[in-house]
Design a protein around this ligand. Sequence first.
Ligand code: B12
Length: 465
Amino acid sequence: MPAQRTLLLITASSPAIRRVRRSRVLNFQQITMPYLAAFVPPKWKVIHIDEEVSPIDITIAVDLVGITFHTPSAFHVYDLAAQFRKRGIPVALGGPHVTLMPEEAQAHADVIFVGEAELQWPQFLRDFEIGRHMHRYCSTAVPALNAVPMARKELYHRRDFTGGRLFATRGCPHACDFCAVAVMYQRKVRARPVAAVAAEYASFPGKVVIFWDDNLASDREYAKALFQSIAPYRKWWSSQVTIQAGKDAEFLEWAAKSGCKQLFIGLESISQQSMNGVRKGFNRVEEYVRVIEHIHEHGIAVQAGIVFGFDQDTESIFIETLDFLESAGVQNATFNILTPYPGTPLYQRLERGRRILTRDWSKYNGREDVVFQPRHMSPETLLEGYRYANQRFYSGTSLYRRLIRSPVGLWWTLPLNLAYALALRSARQDAAADRGELLVRCASRRSSLESVSAINASKTRSTRG
Ligand code: B12
């Protein structure tokens, strides 16, 4: 009988991404490796190292290494791969960056996986066992998800304060030009069978479950059937949807009945021109307030995904966005700096315009660096406006304004906001210490942004008048 082989699966997290994520209270577990492990035949011993939790011992004795990563960790992963390969251990790479940049990744690996790997990963393992694997496995057709296994729970290592995480659907029908998903999944939406998803949902011992779907409301009939079947487990859940879901009363009723406590919605911008400019014109800004109210009426909190730096954004966008979030009583928000991930139409557009400032992928983190030349402001202003938004959102005044306006889920949204405020403060102190600066800069930036906004407001009044 052949000796048992050992496979090391790595969820990569570079120092750059760990720095970015230090202000996040909930550092969510990545599903990918525990899920891919479920496809591995039992004759393999599988070890999973999540770099968010423990460092990698490069001297570990294994037969094969598989690594998943996002763009900001690419260079870090190439270094890791080189160290394993130097020891003669073959390295397989996959994930969004590999799918979007296969030629680059190929140079650093023995084998790469382009696209989804439900069919190719088991095929590769069979090929590897007989010593005849290829160097590139491409998913030529998007896989159906009707018989995929549950992720292996014993391989989750992060303490992310959720009781479980899974996906029900994959893909999104839209083609927003900054989003990697539209390129990776070719806009093909697929769903796992409702019964299989409900069984995985029920199998988590914890009370809080996150659906890591791109858009759980892509197929609203499917979503409603799913909600009906998970309702009896009386857990609480959250997921990502588009604004359209917030208009569908039946969707919201069933979501609420089945334990939905919060929906993450990519509002992206309060500028309609910005939304039109990135092919997300279906986000109708004039509908935002009503949709948010509608979701709140169902007892569901809103987490808004906001992006700054679109071509139509001017300096006033920061203050106007924060004014909006406060007046709409939004409970949570994730702010991002527009980041052109390589392989997306946005990247190609900016590259054609010679506006890409760096190809250092570690700076493609959406939180600490601006990697392109914005149209109506300097990169520094964009970065400081982004910092201002975070600070103001988690300030005592904003917290009061937002949560008093719609006290949905106050018992958990208040502690979560306070935890974020504290985490942000300590991340800011660390970052300022890294840069050898004092914290006073942001305070002075705030007053300068506010005076810009006041000037813009008076300009608007005078043009109207
Ligand atoms: C959930 C999620 C998160 C969660 C958890 C992390 C995670 N990935 O699970 C959180 C909120 C923490 C997060 C953070 C970030 N995310 Co995120 N996230 C997602 C989301 C919505 C789902 C990922 C998922 O679980 N998919 C399900 C699993 C099973 O699929 P998968 O990982 O793609 O793996 C499949 C294949 O890619 C392949 N595969 C992947 N790796 C490997 C490795 C090997 C060896 C093999 C054989 C196969 C293989 O096999 C799998 C089965 O087909 C995706 C959107 C998406 N659909 O991908 C964005 C997405 C991956 N995130 C993205 C980004 C940008 C980020 C952040 C940089 C955001 C930020 N500014 O902080 C950080 C980076 C964090 C990090 N550690 O590097 C981008 C990535 C773009 C890019 N070029 O890298 C995506 C695509 C979103 C988008 N719309 O563009 N994210």
